[in-house]
Design a protein around this ligand. Structure first.
Ligand code: ADP
Ligand code: MG
Length: 253
């Protein structure tokens, strides 16, 4: 059975998609079978793995809203062992369309159930909100990975996110765990980053990944080439770091 990891933080631009794409690709690179599920209507994880959104007739919207056959929504990617259920702008309507439906919070969990035994990991890239799409991800997940950008106000909004996690644990998914907090976009030239690391470690203690993602030009460039960093520039610092993270996730360290 796949371990399902939701990558969530309602703040935009903290590195959710970058981490979803590159953690998924690095897990695949070390031999795991990985499914990346894009549930952000912006579809950046979809294009970041080389899938042309304009060519798609169906996407994760159809799984959530229409009970579409999940098997037919799975696309191979530019990385061996890495598969994607894509998102297109069509998904932007789902949050509202799901409101009146029965068991609207468990649509993703139910949709993924038939294929869970085909993968070692299912990574879900969440949108920047705590709405129904993110709730679906947290309900389907075994664990949540929280990217936190190394900048001022890094901890702002996290109590809201943790509160949502607690509500999901209480009402929808009692086995949901916190996989860890991932510090992202560290600028090693400033002291600020180091202060933020201290602050986040004080707050989350052993729940912070040892791997810290630096801000690098190559990590920022890779999505525009439709490639995870491990393919775009396998010798780069970014590739090393996300490989390190993949190993940390696998060993549970
Ligand atoms: P989110 O999904 O949380 O909105 P993204 O992963 O899309 O955040 O990152 C926001 C922007 O920052 C994107 O343009 C992305 O390419 C860039 N970015 C993310 N992580 C890094 C990094 N470590 N180094 C450089 N650029 C990064
Ligand atoms: Mg994103």
């Amino acid at each position: 059975m796949a371990k399902v990891i939701a990558i969530a933080n309602q703040k935009g631009g903290v590195g959710k998609t970058t981490s979803s794409v590159n953690l998924s690709a690095c897990l695949a690179y070390i031999g795991k079978r990985v499914l990346l599920v894009d549930i952000d209507p912006q579809g950046n994880a979809t294009s970041g793995t080389g899938i042309e959104k304009g060519d798609l007739d169906y996407c994760v919207y159809n799984l959530l809203v229409d009970d579409h056959d999940v098997q037919t929504l799975i696309h191979p990617t530019v990385v061996e062992n890495l598969f994607v259920i894509p998102a297109t702008i069509q998904l932007s309507g789902a949050e509202i369309e799901l409101v009146p439906t029965i068991s609207r919070e468990v649509r993703l969990k139910k949709g993924l159930a038939p294929i869970a035994n085909q993968f070692d990991y299912i990574i879900v890239d969440c949108p920047p909100s705590l709405g129904l799409l993110t709730i679906n991800a947290l309900t389907a997940a075994d664990a949540v990975l929280i990217p936190v950008q190394c900048e001022y106000y890094a901890l702002e909004g996290l109590s809201q996110l943790l509160n949502t996690v607690r509500l999901v644990q209480k009402h929808l998914n009692s086995s949901l765990e916190i996989e860890g907090v991932l510090l992202t976009m560290l600028d090693a030239r400033t002291n600020l980053g180091l202060q933020v690391i201290e602050e986040v470690k004080k707050y989350f203690q052993d729940k912070v990944f040892k791997t810290i993602v630096p801000r690098t030009v190559r990590l920022g460039e890779a999505p525009s080439h439709g490639m995870p960093i491990i393919l775009y520039d396998p010798k780069s610092r970014g590739a090393d770091v996300y490989l390190e993270l993949a190993k940390e996730v696998v060993t549970g360290a």
